[in-house]
Design a protein around this ligand. Structure first.
Ligand SMILES: NC(=O)c1ccc[n+]([C@@H]2O[C@H](COP(=O)([O-])OP(=O)(O)OC[C@H]3O[C@@H](n4cnc5c(N)ncnc54)[C@H](OP(=O)(O)O)[C@@H]3O)[C@@H](O)[C@H]2O)c1
Length: 259
């Protein structure tokens, strides 16, 4: 199927591995010109080289660092970096109880998970509005519908991203820009491995037992693959989803029990 996005410029944040990397690969396969990002020059360059097609770029950006984010914003605002498709994907917050979360912890995570998304999106919107075409896709979490125990920071901050995304979708709809969220369930990545390790240690069980316990709660009986999130992102980025905006798409193997 032709997704009708060949030649579009796509920026995928947090794209050196896991979900972001799979999204970058899908968009490159569809003929987009990618800009991949991460915190180290080596991993960014490797991610760039692994993409199919040519003309891709890589930028070292630490989303928790104000100066680093500002440099990316300036590249977009100056027109050096064109963005037709923006995939907002950040690193995940720590596994931590809300009762053990200090004001400093909240601030740290707001600065790395919320502000960069708001700021980078605002910068990208200018060009999208001029070109009267744009796609903003933000990776959140199943915790925005069914809060996940121990992931209070994620549950709280990502719920505010959903509110931001929905509100923005209405503001920019007349300019031909769609704004949507993708909700991953448990996807087999380094992040989920780390979360399972922390939980296994806390419960005094093996990693294998922890994974079996997690999988038992998923109707499909397995973790998802990053490529399964990327397929949804590819569709939302495409010309085929032109009438979809303000939505949240679940890709969770059925694990969220609510309607
Ligand atoms: N996997 C799941 O099941 C799942 C479920 C729900 C939600 N999510 C969320 O989806 C997002 C991606 O998940 P994932 O599993 O793919 O995570 P991951 O495997 O840890 O990958 C995270 C990506 O973000 C980059 N990154 C991390 N911190 C960064 C920072 N400060 N600045 C710039 N880039 C940064 C990493 O690159 P470098 O290390 O090279 O900088 C990497 O490319 C996370 O926010 C996660 O919480 C994941």
């Amino acid at each position: 199927m032709d997704l009708k996005i060949a030649g579009k410029n796509a920026l995928v944040l947090g794209s050196t591995r896991g979900i972001g990397n799979a999204c970058a690969k899908v968009l490159a396969e569809e003929g987009c010109r990618l800009t991949v990002c991460g915190r180290s020059a080596d991993t960014v360059e490797k991610a760039r080289r692994d993409l199919s097609g040519s003309g891709h770029d890589g930028i070292v950006v630490d989303l928790s660092d104000r100066t680093s984010v500002k440099a990316l914003v300036m590249a977009i605002e100056s027109g050096d970096l064109l963005v037709d498709i923006l995939v907002n994907n950040t690193g995940g917050p720590p596994l931590q109880k809300i009762v053990e979360t200090s004001l400093e912890d909240w601030e740290t995570n707001v600065r790395s998970m919320l502000y960069p998304i708001f700021e980078i999106t605002s910068a990208a919107l200018r060009g999208m509005t001029e070109r009267r075409w744009g796609r903003i896709i933000t990776i959140v979490s199943s915790g925005v519908i069914q809060p996940i125990v121990g992931l209070g920071i994620s549950n709280a901050l990502r719920s505010s991203i959903v509110g931001w995304s929905k509100t923005l979708s209405e503001e920019v709809a007349p300019s031909g820009i769609t704004v949507n969220c993708v909700i991953p369930g448990r996807i087999r990545t380094q992040r989920v491995q780390q979360v399972d390790e922390v939980r296994a240690e806390a419960l005094g069980v093996s990693l294998e037992e922890m994974c079996q316990h997690s999988v038992a709660a998923i109707p499909m009986g397995r973790y998802g693959e990053p490529e399964e999130i990327a397929s949804a992102v590819g569709f939302l980025a495409s010309g085929l989803s032109s009438y979809m905006t303000g939505s949240m798409i679940r890709v969770d193997g059925g694990s969220i029990r609510s309607l």
